[in-house]
Design a protein around this ligand. Sequence first.
Ligand code: ATP
Ligand code: MG
Length: 225
Amino acid sequence: MSQLQALQAPQQLTLALSKGRIFEETLPLLRAAGIEITEDPETSRKLILTTNDPLVRVIIIRASDVPTYVQYGAADFGVAGKDVLLEHGGEGLYQPIDLNIARCRMSVAVPAGFDYASAVRHGARLRVATKYLLTARNHFAAKGVHVDLIKLYGSMELGPLVGLSDAIVDMVSTGSTLRANNLVEVEHIMDISARLVVNQAALKMKRGRLQPILDAIEQATRTTA
Ligand code: ATP
Ligand code: MG
């Protein structure tokens, strides 16, 4: 946001959310802060949703774009998975609250029957398909596993089934998608949950309006955890 825009709308707050589980699981936390979203992103084609508070609006964007909008101040705050934040790098973002929603884990998975441990022991060079290049690179480097990473944007489970890769790094919650595709989890990389992120400048300039919302959300996170 330009300085002039910021001066013209000092009180307006913009919250960045993505459709689906982040949106659904953030709703009760917002409600605890007195914010009700008055439109449904699943039925509305609008990208800017109104709330019961004329000074709070919600923008609906791709999950992986949330840190970018907040970094540049186009959104004052937003909700993003730790997976997405690690890939983004977190520049310009203040990350005050683990919301404990959209919980899952990031794991390495391979086709059932592929002896991952043995391949690693023998120093094999593995092809790994993933959306999470940075996190995957760090993980395998720390373990001394040689990998060629292949960047995908979704449906990682398909990679090993059609010979694109030996393994994948993906998000797992119940494991049913892996099972349905005859893949098994062989390494747990980290636990994942969604975080509230705040633009650092907005936190200073709009603190009076933002802080009570952040406090109410944090309180709600603790009581529902
Ligand atoms: P896009 O559709 O833009 O590619 P996405 O597929 O990552 O994004 P979602 O599937 O809604 O979007 O995931 C949003 C966030 O929810 C992820 O960044 C991750 O933190 C978390 N998540 C991903 N998969 C699961 C899962 N199976 N269970 C729980 N949380 C998950
Ligand atoms: Mg998804």
